[in-house]
Design a protein around this ligand. Structure first.
Ligand code: 5AD
Ligand code: SF4
Length: 464
C-alpha cells in the first residue's frame, strides 16, 4: 500500500512567515546567525533553507565568534560524526560564558533520533533550542518561542510531509542543489537514515522543473539533484520516473546535471539509456557498493549481488564510455571474514573506481545490524580499511594518469586553494587546476590535462 504523501499546506508556510515577521519586530532580537553543517549534501542543502529562514528573520550570516545565534545542523550516520559535532557543541559552553546572550541550537539527524534532543537539552544547559529533520521549516516559530518563552524543542515524526517553497539562501553561485525526494525505504541494516529522514517521498516533477527554470534565470550552470535514493524517484507517485525527470531537465536547458545518491538495486535500464542519450548528464555516477561479498551484501539487506552490480556497471560504461564511477564501502561489518574482505578488494580491482569513500562499520542504535553477532576487532578493522585505502589510492592515481592528454569540460569554480590558479570540476567530478583569468569563473572551459597531483588534475586552457 502506498503511503499518502502530505504536502504541507501553503498556509503553514505563511504562518512561519508571520513568525519571521514577529521575530523581526522584537526589540533586542538577534541580528546575526552562524550555521555549522555536518554530513552529506542533503544537510548542506537543508542549511541553505535554514539560512533563507534566518535571513527572512532579518538576520545576517556572521563568523562563529560574533554571531548572535549558532545553529548546528548535525549528522548521525556514524558514531564519529556524532562525536565530532558533540565536541564542537560542548566547546560553545565557553563562548556562552563570555557572551550569555548567545543562542545555541541543534538540528538535523542527530537531534531527530529518539530521545536525543531531550537528552542534550537536559545535559547541556547552554543549548537553547533543538528540532528534528521534519521540523526544519518551523525555524521562525522555534526562534520566536525561544526568544519569548525560553528553551524550546520541536521533534515530530519526519515520515510523510513534503514541504514546497521554503525560503532559501544559496551558497553555490553557478551551482545549485535541488532536492527531488526525501527519505529512504531501504532499511540497509547498518543505516540510521530511514529512522531520521522518514519514508521516501518524491516531489512533483513540475515543481522541480519550475525550480530549475528559476535557477537557470539566476545564472546557474550546474544542478545537482539530491535524494537518499534518486533511482527510485517518482515510484511513490507513479507519474514521472528518474530517467524521465532527467530528460525533462535537459529539455528545459539545464547545461550540466548531476545527482546523488544512487542505489544499485534501483538503477534502471532506462537510466542507463538516458546516460547514452542525455548530453547534459555529467559523466559521473556515485554508486555505493558497500561490500564485494554476497554474504555481507545480504546481511546488509542491500538486495543486489556482486554479479548484478558488475553487470549494471558494465552496461553503464558501455553506454557512456567516458563515465567515472565512485563508491562507498564499509569494512568490518559484523561477521565479515577475511575472505569477505578479500572479495571487496577483488571487486575494487575489477571496478577501478575513480575514488571511494571508505568507512569502518559503526553500530547505530535502533538499526538491525546493531544486534548482529560477529563484531570485528578494532585492530582488524583498521588493518582492513588501510589495505583498502592503499589499493584505491593506487587505482585513483592510475585513473588520473590515464586522463593526461585528454580534454575535459571544466566548470570553473574560482581560485584554487593556493590562489595562484583557477580550479573547477570536470564532468567526471575531478578537480582540475589551471592558469586563467578570474572572469572565467562560472563558465565551462575546455582544459587540456597535462599532469596529475595527489587527487587532482592539472591542465591548460585549450589552444593557449
Ligand atoms: N557505519 C559505517 N558506515 C556507514 N554508512 C552508513 N551507515 C554506516 C554505518 N553505520 C556509509 C555507507 C553510506 C555512506 C553515506 O555512509 O557507506 O553509503
Ligand atoms: Fe541508508 Fe541504505 Fe537508505 Fe542509503 S539506501 S540512506 S545506505 S538505508
Amino acid at each position: 500500500m502506498k503511503e499518502e504523501i502530505l504536502i504541507l499546506p501553503p498556509e503553514e508556510l505563511k504562518r512561519q512567515k508571520g513568525f519571521a515577521k514577529k521575530v523581526r519586530a522584537l526589540i533586542n532580537r538577534p541580528q546575526s546567525y552562524h550555521l555549522v553543517t555536518y554530513g552529506c549534501q542533503m544537510n548542506v542543502h537543508d542549511s541553505e533553507n535554514l539560512a533563507g529562514m534566518f535571513e527572512a528573520m532579518g538576520m545576517r550570516e556572521k563568523d562563529k565568534k560574533e554571531a548572535d545565534v549558532i545553529l548546528f545542523n548535525t549528522c548521525a550516520i556514524r558514531e564519529n560524526a556524532e562525536r565530532k559535532a558533540l565536541g564542537n557543541i560542548i566547546w560553545l559552553n565557553q563562548l556562552k560564558k563570555q557572551r550569555p546572550e548567545l543562542l545555541v541550537g541543534v538540528c538535523g539527524c542527530m537531534a531527530q533520533q529518539e530521545g536525543m534532543a531531550q537528552k542534550m537539552l537536559k545535559q547541556y544547559s547552554f543549548i537553547d533550542f533543538a528540532f528534528g529533520t521534519g521540523n526544519l521549516y518551523q525555524l521562525p516559530k522555534i526562534m520566536y518561542h525561544t526568544l519569548t518563552g525560553g528553551r524550546c524543542i520541536e521533534i515530530d515524526c519526519p515520515q510523510s510531509t513534503l514541504v514546497e517553497g521554503m525560503p532559501i539562501h544559496r551558497q553555490g553561485g553557478h551551482k545549485a542543489y535541488v532536492n527531488i525526494m526525501y527519505g529512504c525505504n531501504n532499511f540497509c541494516t547498518y543505516c540510521v537514515v530511514p529512522y531520521v529522514r522518514g519514508r521516501e517521498r518524491s516531489r512533483k516533477a513540475d515543481d522541480i522543473f519550475r525550480q530549475a527554470e528559476g535557477l537557470l534565470k539566476e545564472g546557474v550552470k550546474e544542478i545537482t539533484l539530491l535524494g537518499q535514493n534518486v533511482n527510485s524517484y517518482g515510484l511513490d507517485r507513479g507519474e514521472q520516473d528518474f530517467a524521465g525527470l532527467l530528460s525533462g531537465l535537459e529539455k528545459i536547458g539545464v547545461p550540466r546535471i548531476r545527482f546523488m545518491t544512487s542505489h544499485p538495486k534501483d538503477l534502471s535500464h532506462r537510466l542507463i539509456e538516458e546516460f547514452a542519450r542525455n548530453k547534459a548528464l555529467c559523466p559521473h555516477m556515485h554508486l555505493p557498493v558497500q561490500s564485494g561479498s554476497n554474504a555481507i551484501l545480504q546481511a546488509m539487506n542491500r538486495r543486489y549481488t556482486v554479479e548484478t552490480y558488475l553487470e549494471k556497471a558494465r552496461l553503464l560504461r558501455e553506454a557512456r564510455p567516458d563515465i567515472g564511477l565512485t563508491t562507498d564501502i564499509i569494512v568490518a561489518f559484523p561477521g565479515e571474514t577475511d575472505k569477505d574482505f578479500n572479495d571487496t578488494l577483488e571487486l575494487v580491482k575489477i571496478m577501478r573506481y575513480d575514488s571511494a569513500f571508505t568507512f569502518i562499520y559503526s553500530p547505530r542504535a535502533g538499526t538491525a545490524a546493531e544486534k548482529l553477532p560477529g563484531r570485528i576487532d578494532k585492530e582488524v578493522a583498521s588493518e582492513r580499511i588501510q589495505k583498502l585505502i592503499d589499493l584505491q589510492e593506487k587505482i585513483t592515481q592510475e585513473r588520473l594518469q590515464s586522463l593526461v592528454g585528454s580534454v575535459q569540460d571544466v566548470l570553473v569554480d574560482g581560485p584554487s586553494a593556493r590562489g595562484k590558479a583557477l580550479t573547477g570540476k570536470s564532468g567526471r567530478n575531478i578537480s582540475v587546476n589551471f592558469a586563467g583569468d578570474k572572469t572565467f569563473v562560472g563558465t565551462v572551459q575546455e582544459i587540456e590535462i597535462t599532469a596529475t597531483a595527489s587527487n587532482t588534475l592539472r591542465g591548460k586552457m585549450k589552444g593557449r
